[in-house]
Each structure stands twice: as structure tokens, then as C-alpha cells.
Design a protein around this ligand. Structure first.
Ligand code: HEC
Length: 224
């Protein structure tokens, strides 16, 4: 047997002998992926899945060495380890400073917003875009908790870099920037789907009519 097929036949042997353990790990990996998808930060799954796989391999090897039988009690033991490790990890990551500072810049006023064509256009923009593209971001209480805090901090910082409605009026190319905004709304790429899926941020989930109104309003504002 070549080393490649040898590796896989050993792996399948392990999987077959530890079916319950493997099911738990698969469920866990799916859970991580879903959690990442739900918060709009799928990368978190890429970080967590290798940890789960390494845990699986270590536990399976230890059981093999001891010659214990695989079964329910083993799965329960592993679940408790994983639960403990998850709680510990969760507590530890709260100490990471990144994402703690959820504030809006001081000393700014609305004078640098675009020269809105109407109050209605501003209202729609606030609902759909200000969560990431403004100096008036409203941070919900759960946004202080890592890893959600990391995701919020990175979206707001990237969002503001791309377009900040609170300061865009200062820019020499307001028209082009608002034109870009119209384009991404037309394409349906903004607000990002992760912001509104699963019923999150219902205020940003514009009806088709509101979307058309926002497109028309931003176009009018851009050409003012
Ligand atoms: C959940 C946060 C979030 C919301 C809400 C949001 N955006 Fe964005 N937006 C981002 C991020 C992050 C980027 C930069 C990365 C990217 O292009 O995906 C971005 C990029 C952009 C860009 C630059 C695109 C490019 O190709 O360079 C435009 C224009 C934009 N957004 C407009 C809008 C408009 C208009 C709305 C409201 C209808 C909106 N966004 C709502 C997060 C958000």
C-alpha cells in the first residue's frame, strides 16, 4: 500500500471504530460553520474546525492506546472536554483588546453629510447603511462580546474606509462615491446579506419599493 492510501485506510478505520465520537465532531464543525455564517464571519469556522479535528485525533488515539471500547460514555467524556474547552476559550478571547473600542468618532457633526435631496433619502440610508458606513453606528449590547465584537469592528472599519456618509460631503468626489453606492444597491450586494439574513436588522431589509426610492434619492443627491 502506498503511504497515501495507507493514511486514508487508517483514518477510515478510526472513524469506523469511533462512530459516535466522529458524529459529535462533525456536528460541532457544522455548528461552528453555521455560527460563522450567522454572524457574517465564516472565517471563524476555518479557525475552529482544525482545533476540533485535532481534538478528535488526540482523543481517538488515546482511546486506541488504552484499548477502551468506543461508545456512549466515551462520547459523553469527549463532549464534556469540548464544552469545557469552549467555555475556557470563550472566556479567554474576551481579553483580546481588538474590537473592544466600539465608539463613534468625537467632534463630528452632520455638516459633512452629503447634501441630501430629501429627509426621506437620509432616513432610508440611515436604516440600510449607517450600521457600517457612518460615524453614527449603533452598537447593540451583544456587539461587545468576542468574537461578534471582532466581526463588528472589522465591518465598520472597512465600511467607513470604503464610504462614510458622515464625512463624504468633505470629499471632492461626492458624486462618484454616491454613484458607487447606487451601483452596489442595484447589484444587491449592499447591505451585505449577512447583515439582514435570519431576520437580523429588519430595519435594513428594504422592500423593493423602498430600494427604488433609495436608488432614486441617492442618484438625485449625487447630482445635486
Ligand atoms: C454590515 C455592514 C455594512 C452595511 C450595513 C452596508 N455595508 Fe457597504 N460595505 C461594507 C464593507 C465591510 C465594505 C468593504 C468590503 C466590501 O467591499 O465588501 C463595504 C463596501 C461598500 C462600498 C464600496 C464597494 C466597492 O466595491 O468598493 C459601497 C459603495 C458600499 N459599501 C455602499 C453601501 C450602501 C449604499 C449601503 C446601504 C444600502 C451599505 N453599503 C451597507 C459593510 C456594510
Amino acid at each position: 500500500m502506498n503511504p497515501f492510501t495507507d493514511f486514508f485506510s487508517r483514518l477510515f478505520g478510526l472513524v469506523r471504530r469511533h462512530l459516535i465520537l466522529t458524529s459529535v465532531l462533525v456536528a460541532l464543525c457544522l455548528g461552528f460553520t453555521f455560527f460563522g455564517f450567522w454572524i457574517g464571519f465564516v472565517q471563524i469556522a476555518v479557525l475552529l474546525i482544525p482545533i476540533a479535528l485535532i481534538a478528535w485525533a488526540l482523543v481517538a488515539r488515546r482511546i486506541e492506546k488504552r484499548g477502551e471500547s468506543s461508545g456512549m460514555s466515551e462520547a459523553i467524556a469527549v463532549c464534556s472536554y469540548i464544552a469545557l474547552a469552549s467555555v475556557a476559550t470563550f472566556a479567554l478571547i474576551q481579553a483580546v483588546p481588538y474590537g473592544k473600542d466600539h465608539t463613534n468618532p468625537d467632534n463630528y457633526n452632520r455638516q459633512y453629510e452629503p447634501n441630501w435631496d430629501s429627509a426621506a433619502t437620509r432616513d432610508l440610508t440611515v436604516r440600510a447603511c449607517y450600521g457600517c458606513h457612518s460615524n453614527e453606528v449603533e452598537y447593540p449590547s451583544y456587539s461587545k462580546i468576542a468574537p461578534i465584537s471582532w466581526m463588528v469592528a472589522s465591518h465598520v472599519s472597512e465600511g467607513r474606509d470604503a464610504l462614510n456618509f458622515s464625512t463624504v460631503g468633505k470629499s471632492s468626489n461626492v458624486g462618484r462615491k454616491l454613484g458607487d453606492a447606487v451601483e452596489v444597491i442595484q447589484e444587491g450586494s449592499m447591505p451585505p446579506s449577512y447583515y439582514t439574513h435570519f431576520g437580523k436588522h429588519p430595519e435594513a431589509n428594504l422592500t423593493p419599493a423602498e430600494k427604488q426610492q433609495l436608488i432614486a434619492g441617492l442618484s438625485a443627491t449625487a447630482s445635486k
